[in-house]
Design a protein around this ligand. Structure first.
Ligand SMILES: [Zn+2]
Length: 236
């Protein structure tokens, strides 16, 4: 019976698939992916911090320039005051107000500069922390990668043996039947289901009597109306 050989083939095919899925879920592989993602995140964080620092340095330089300029204006005013003392109280009041205003502005700039320097220090510290963390993770990653590569090499060899066995079994199966199996497998796996208690054991749908007759006659391949699997009557 054709379906017996297909069923045999499916057992080795599924075993190889399960093994391959297990390889993908390898603990080491999952951990490496996490570490790689973490390192990528840290790189992005680092880049953002670097950009922030550049912007901050520009702003710091601009504020510093403006503060320097005001210092000079203040110096000029002071010199003017000494060289040509105000002739009356009103004049003196006006000059004092100008100086006061300048001093206030300068003080505001000084506060802003202080805050920016503090921010720059914080960002500097953050960058250092990231560098340390990233270096540690990279070291762990490299170490684990060596172990994982070994594991992968062994598993790949084992999988190759399994796939070889699958290819051997495939040779025993009718080519058209095998093509059908492969096409069903694209959307439904395993692609065959046993007939159990007149139900498809893949999706548990009860099968109509006409379908059951078709299956039992063995004249043609019958697929489940509901899930599309090839129905197999093992006779047990
Ligand atoms: Zn079904």
């Amino acid at each position: 019976m054709q379906l017996d050989t297909l069923w045999q083939f499916m057992q080795v095919d599924m075993e190889a698939d399960r093994f391959e899925a297990k390889m993908r879920q390898s603990e080491k592989r999952q951990k490496l992916i996490k570490q790689r993602d973490f390192l990528k995140d840290q790189q992005a964080n680092m880049k953002k911090l670097e950009n922030d620092v550049v912007v901050m340095q520009d702003r710091l330089a601009a504020v510093q320039d403006e503060a320097d300029r005001l210092e000079k204006v203040l110096e000029g005013l002071t010199k003017e005051f000494n060289d040509n003392p105000p002739s009356n109280a009103e004049e003196a009041q006006k000059q004092a107000e100008s100086v006061q205003k300048l001093l206030e502005t300068l003080s505001r700039y000084e506060q802003e500069l202080q805050k920016m320097r503090k921010d720059a220090d914080t960002k500097d510290r953050q960058q250092k922390e990231i560098r340390v963390r990233a270096a540690k993770t990279k070291q762990e990653f490299d170490q684990l990668k060596v172990e994982y590569d070994k594991e992968l090499k062994a598993d790949t060899a084992e999988l190759q043996v399994m796939r070889g066995r699958t290819d051997q079994e495939a040779k025993k199966v009718d080519a058209h039947l095998l093509a059908k199996y492969r096409s069903i497998k694209q959307h439904c796996t395993p692609p065959m289901a046993k007939l159990v208690n007149d139900q498809c054991s893949g999706c548990f749908m009860s099968l109509p009597s006409a379908t059951l007759l078709d299956i039992r006659s063995g004249d043609r391949i019958v697929e489940c109306d509901n899930c599309g699997r090839i129905l197999y009557d093992a006779g047990d």
